[in-house]
Design a protein around this ligand. Sequence first.
Ligand code: G3I
Length: 382
Amino acid sequence: EYNTSATPDDLLDIYIDDIEIYEVRVVGDNANLPKLCEIYKEDFKVGVALMDFELKDERRVNLITTQFNSITMGNEMKPENILDYKTCSSDVKKYMTEPALNFSKLDLGMKFAKEHQLSMRGHTLLWHQQTPRWFFTKNYSRDPNAPLASKEIMTKRLESYMKQVLTYCNTNYPGIIYAWDVVNEAINVEDGIKGGYRSKDSYWYQIFGSEYIELAFTYARKYAEEGVSLFYNDYNCFEKSKLFAICTMAEDLVKKGILDGIGMQSHIKMDYPSMTDYEYAIKKYASLGVEVQITELDIDLAGNSLEDLTKLGTRYKKLFSLYQSLKETKQANITSVTVWGLSDDYSWLNGDKRKYPLFFDDNLLPKAAFYGACLDESIPLY
Ligand code: G3I
């Protein structure tokens, strides 16, 4: 209760310290924003990579479903989330050539896509990362020194894995996946191998040499739903030596009718690559006669001053103008452009340093980057 008769002499001094002042922003519902998937509906799908928790967050779901018509799961459809160690190791003989799989994580994204009528980029069937070492050992062993399985065994495991995953998707979610990253990041010219193949950190290469790539595409074609495009996907694929190695590898697969597209991940920087080199790469891949998809676009921006953010908007505007003009002038059959994350706070680029690479900020408010991608007049092109 207040003592209303108190005089100043009756009162205690109170010191307040450690005051922090935060900017409070009114969070809108983003309902009146221009819609990326509308803007580019005649050109290509516009997608976003997601993490599982985002599928249950109402504000995120609203934004995802109004802005995008394609999604990619950032992690949930990778081998480490599908291979079932417990079951495989419980009866090694039984599962020797037909690994046990668990689709509960894959289901999360697939159900979400189905419920919201979104298309899905399947990411990824074969990758040297996020595939546990035990899968490559003869006895599904977690012992780091356990010997690797033979090529014969791994060929069967590869076919079985592809068959099970693709059949599961075709049966339970027909028509949802329109593209699969069949093989991810198999070229790494720095390893010094003829053909530019990744070898040092790839058990696939160590067991097969480069043969596994064609095998993977062959099995993918055999079991994938009709009409699904099969992609080779890689980063820094605008760097000339990598670009040429990918083209040489891809040419052969295209001739064999088992590769339909090149996925250019496009984790890029503010000043690298140059627009000229990037455009050259898109055209070069397109000249193979395949689809091109921009599969993991983000721009590594470290600052968040108004100037930085505006420059990011400009870079995005240049990119989306390029994609649209290459598509509309039929210089490249770009069929999908996916940004690698919805909001800055959950970007994979955040490590020791905070980064600001995406279209939406931590409050899910649109940044200049978003308006740049919309080709909005407010964003300078130069
Ligand atoms: O789920 C665990 C969580 O339980 C644990 O507490 C936490 C602590 O580290 O880790 C969580 O897993 C992380 C996972 O992302 C989910 O957030 C992994 O450590 C982390 O390594 C993993 O990173 C993913 C990365 O691939 C792995 O290489 C990124 O999210 C994902 O965006 C990124 O995506 C790749 C593409 O697939 C291929 N191209 C490059 C791209 C960026 O690296």
